[in-house]
Ligand binder design. Structure first.
Ligand SMILES: *Cc1c(COP(=O)(O)O)cnc(C)c1O
Length: 369
């Protein structure tokens, strides 16, 4: 018998969440962001449910090749553009659209020999200060691209630093507007948080924020981009991944007994403890401390004591029907339909859902679709 840990991807949830994006921005085209192997879900496993997207956005060229191998002929956008000149050959061959965020990438394009002019997304650094041209340098970058025979259409792009937080996006939208006002081309601004939180309000304003293309990642996978302000249920999103396992041992404790490494948890009364086949070597966060929610037999209970490499311990007190072999959901949906949002687990571990999704370990098998 293999260990009982299993990850499952839910195609219906992906379809539902994609439709939610369309509801938020009915006039925009939606890129399904599938970087990091579809946020750990697996590009091939998600592809069928996501093929009604208008395009796929990612940054690893090998992942772009995998999408073409699935016979996806629509748009693929390399969000960080090319990393070295010879990547442009693959862009020509596979018809990849790519971000241009620095002068070196323009130099490489100018030297690139191709019959196929490329569609590029010129990126403005509107305040995040990671990738992109400053407002002062943006126009000359656009002018350089505009005269290159290697370039077909130039679209305009920026990325928000605070779409999920209190600072919001207004300052960056204003910067983008000012820097791009009279430039032609399609626009792409929104990630999940901007789409869910700001697209509707902005649609009523002068700027069509969700104009042309939106880049949806985390919401597609069923997590709220602005947890805990809003939950996935508040946004009507469904979990696209379940990580589940089983109880492989049970202990009865007396008051004063301790559990696990470092005796980090001490019982203050008689308790039943379940030992679950899941640990940090499976991608479960080691920083999930006592109190992190977990579902046993579809009912909510909590982790107690430290997470170890291959096991965690959970409180079974009061769950008398549960014991050896009981289903444990670390995040996602139980077989009874109860949902444990990944956002709650991430938050209890001091991280975000993105990191947990991407960190599911190689040794965890995924259920066949
Ligand atoms: C990852 C990424 C996105 C998607 O962000 P989410 O918060 O997951 O929706 C959008 N745009 C860029 C440039 C990205 O790198």
């Amino acid at each position: 018998m293999p260990r009982s840990i299993l990850a499952t991807v839910h195609p219906d949830a992906l379809r539902h969440n994609l439709q939610r994006a369309r509801d938020c921005a009915p006039d925009a085209r939606v890129w399904a962001v599938v970087k990091a192997n579809a946020y750990g879900h697996g590009i091939e496993r998600c592809f069928d449910a996501m093929r009604s997207a208008d395009g796929f956005a990612l940054l690893d060229l090998a992942e772009a090749e995998r999408l073409r191998a699935l016979d996806w002929r629509g748009p693929i956008h390399l969000l960080e553009g090319v990393f070295e000149p010879r990547d442009l050959e693959l862009c020509s061959r596979l018809h990849l659209w790519h971000t241009v965020h620095c002068n070196e990438q323009i130099d490489w394009l100018a030297a690139h020999k191709t019959q196929v002019p490329h569609r590029v997304f010129l990126k403005l650094n509107s305040g995040m200060n990671r990738l992109g041209f400053t407002p002062a340098a943006f126009r000359s970058a656009w002018a350089r691209l505009n005269v290159l025979p290697q370039v077909d259409e130039i679209s305009l792009m920026t990325h928000f630093s605070d779409a999920d937080g209190v600072r919001g996006i207004a300052h960056q939208v204003a910067t983008f507007e000012a820097a791009t006002a009279d430039l032609p081309g399609e626009r792409t601004l929104c990630n999940s948080a901007a789409l869910l939180r700001h697209a509707r309000t902005a649609l009523r304003g002068a700027q069509n924020l969700a104009a042309d293309w939106v880049r949806e990642g985390i919401a597609l996978y069923g997590s709220a981009p602005d947890f805990p302000a809003r939950s996935a249920a508040d946004w009507d999103l469904q979990p696209a991944m379940t990580l589940a396992s089983r109880i492989i041992g049970v202990q009865s404790l007396q008051a004063g007994d301790t559990v696990g490494y470092g005796s980090a948890f001490a019982a203050d009364k008689p308790m039943r403890i379940g030992v679950v086949a899941c640990g940090y070597a499976d991608g479960y966060p080691r920083h999930a401390s006592t109190g992190t929610p977990v579902l046993v037999g579809g009912m909510r209970t909590r982790v107690v004591g430290r997470v170890s490499m291959d096991m965690i311990t959970v409180d079974l007190t009061g769950l008398d029907a549960e014991g050896m072999g009981s289903e444990v959901v670390l995040w996602g949906r139980s077989s009874s339909g109860a949902v444990l949002p990944i956002d709650e687990v991430a938050s209890a571990a001091g991280t975000i859902s993105y990191e947990l999704m991407c960190a599911v370990a190689q040794r965890v098998p995924f259920a066949a679709a």
